[in-house]
Design a protein around this ligand. Structure first.
Ligand SMILES: NC(=O)c1ccc[n+]([C@@H]2O[C@H](COP(=O)([O-])OP(=O)(O)OC[C@H]3O[C@@H](n4cnc5c(N)ncnc54)[C@H](OP(=O)(O)O)[C@@H]3O)[C@@H](O)[C@H]2O)c1
Length: 151
């Protein structure tokens, strides 16, 4: 029986740590980020900019083409990729579009497509969204990050 993790933003930071932990528990890993982490072994790394949300359906469908449903015990999606972006008053933020696409729109689209592709699968299924303390505890001039992380 196999276990699969699909994670965004696995190339470094928290995502890299999550991959190492899931690998140690025997998961097959698919990681989506703009760059590859050359230190990974046995991680299928897909280079993709998640702020370009138009391509996400094809991206995820391509990953699912490599997944064999037979003998699958569990499949997990972790929406981890994200950036703090600029902190400041909303009228001073310059990267609103790309930041909202990456932090808010991409996880929603990935979740929607992932559910539609797996809805008839009998295995155990999990979706985990990495949020931020800033979504719950407002910091000064932090309303923009709070809004993007309230999934
Ligand atoms: N670190 C903290 O203290 C903290 C606190 C609260 C919440 N978080 C949340 O935790 C998550 C991970 O944070 P982190 O600290 O590990 O960040 P990080 O070290 O900057 O890593 C971010 C990951 O996301 C990927 N990524 C960034 N922009 C991307 C894009 N446009 N398309 C595809 N992948 C992209 C990066 O890979 P590439 O650069 O290769 O694309 C990288 O793998 C984020 O959602 C963040 O908001 C972190």
């Amino acid at each position: 029986m196999s276990k699969i993790l699909i994670i965004t933003g696995g190339s470094k930071g928290i995502g890299k740590g999550i991959i190492e932990t899931y690998q140690s528990h025997g998961y097959q890993i698919f990681s989506i980020a703009r760059t590859k982490n050359e230190t990974f072994k046995n991680v299928k790394q897909v280079e993709f900019d998640l702020s370009k949300t138009d391509g996400i359906r094809d991206l995820l469908s391509g990953i699912f083409d490599d997944i064999k449903q037979q003998d699958l015990q569990q499949i997990t999606l972790i929406n981890n990729a994200g950036t703090l972006g600029q902190i400041g008053r909303i009228e001073d933020i310059k990267d609103i579009e790309a930041s909202v696409q990456l932090n808010t729109v991409a996880p929603l689209i990935l979740t929607s497509i992932w559910i539609s592709l797996t809805k008839d699968w009998a295995c155990e299924k999990h979706i985990i969204n990495i949020s931020s303390g800033a979504a719950q505890n407002l910091i000064t001039a932090g309303q923009f990050i709070a809004l993007r992380k309230q999934q």
